[in-house]
Design a protein around this ligand. Structure first.
Ligand code: HPA
Ligand code: ZN
Length: 330
């Protein structure tokens, strides 16, 4: 089998700030004279005790991403990593909350810097990046509307999706319906984190109340086989991040992760890293685990990547380029 790093990959679920290498954040903190020592462990990696603490550490790391230039540098660093693991197309979650607190003029400047870095990475490594605007659930519905206004302002070929991340146990999906309607009217593809912590019912609620085409994680749907069947029948795509789930304790081991059972039931599953350095993972490492635990081979990975390319929120011209990158390498 081809080395896992050499398999061309499509990644649909990657938080840009969550992909910041710890050394990158430490370097920015030193430049700015900010003491972030509390978020790092003895090994130099991010240190947290569980999901809610992970969100705290994540937000603390974001405090040194103070302007467009920092996001330019972050995007370059992240895409270099992704490309080294064979990623040919990536959709990244971007939160205007961390880019000038949802001020539209500031957001445009941050986005211009991120896109400049993406253009340079594409010219250097061929990797294609697109953005999904992502409000944060525990910041509340009113803040989400501000992010949706940023989404409306910059929707197009590059900002092609809208999602929601953050603490799934705060509020209900329907609280965010207005923001999602704004995004839908702007023509954006829709996804929502659900079924990472809130069980099958949260997948059902997000799907029904936000009318999303994709679910971030969604893996707890496995608790309700009628829901699994409905997801399969409707062709809803799950952005599975098994390494993230195992590290955060959603499932106690790779062996017990439901990605293969969901796939076997006909659900469209895809594979992503979520926040790679936080979870000590990479796309290559995810693939190695999937090959080891579930016997996934090159044909299976090719199928999963085609599913992901078909579910990408980019325009058809970009999708054709991505499919070509998958085919030519096969
Ligand atoms: N879940 C929810 N919100 C997030 C995550 C996640 O895994 N990563 C960054 N924000
Ligand atoms: Zn996520």
């Amino acid at each position: 089998m081809t080395a896992t790093a050499d398999i061309p990959k499509v990644e649909l679920h990657l938080h840009l700030e969550g992909a910041a290498p710890p050394a990158f954040i430490r370097g920015l903190a030193a430049e700015k004279g900010v003491d972030l020592s509390g978020i790092f462990g003895a090994d130099g990696g991010y240190a947290y005790t569980g999901f809610v603490d992970f969100l705290r550490v994540y937000e603390a790391a974001c405090t040194v991403l103070t302007g467009p230039q920092e996001f330019y540098r972050l995007t370059k660093a992240v895409l270099e990593q992704s490309a080294s693991h064979g990623v040919v197309y990536s959709e990244t979650f971007l939160s205007p909350d961390f880019c000038g607190n949802c001020d539209i003029v500031a957001w445009r400047e941050y986005l211009a810097a991120i896109r400049q870095a993406a253009d340079e990475a594409e010219a250097a490594d061929g990797i294609i990046l697109r953005g999904i605007i992502t409000p944060i659930r525990h910041f509340g519905p009113e803040q989400a509307k501000l992010a949706a206004a940023c989404a409306q302002d910059t929707a197009g070929d590059w900002i092609c999706g809208f999602g929601i991340g953050g603490d799934e146990m705060q509020g209900k999906p329907k609280d965010f319906r207005y923001a999602f309607d704004m995004a839908r009217e702007a023509g954006l593809g829709l996804t929502a984190h659900a079924g990472e912590w809130g069980g099958a019912v949260s997948v059902r609620d997000a799907w029904r109340d936000l009318e999303v085409a994709r679910i971030g994680h969604g893996v707890q749907a496995i608790e309700d086989m009628a829901l699994v069947q409905a997801l399969a029948d409707a062709g809803v795509v799950l952005e599975c991040c098994p390494g993230s789930n195992v590290k955060l304790g959603v499932f106690d081991s790779w062996k017990n992760h439901p990605i293969e059972r969901l796939r076997a039931e006909g659900v469209k599953v895809t594979v992503s890293t979520d926040d790679p350095p936080f979870f000590h993972t990479t796309m290559s490492s995810e693939y190695e685990h999937l090959a080891e635990e579930f016997g996934w081979d090159e044909a299976r990975f090719a199928e999963i990547n085609r599913t992901a390319a078909e579910a990408a929120f980019c325009n058809e011209e970009t999708r054709a380029r991505v499919l070509k990158k998958l085919e030519t390498a096969a």
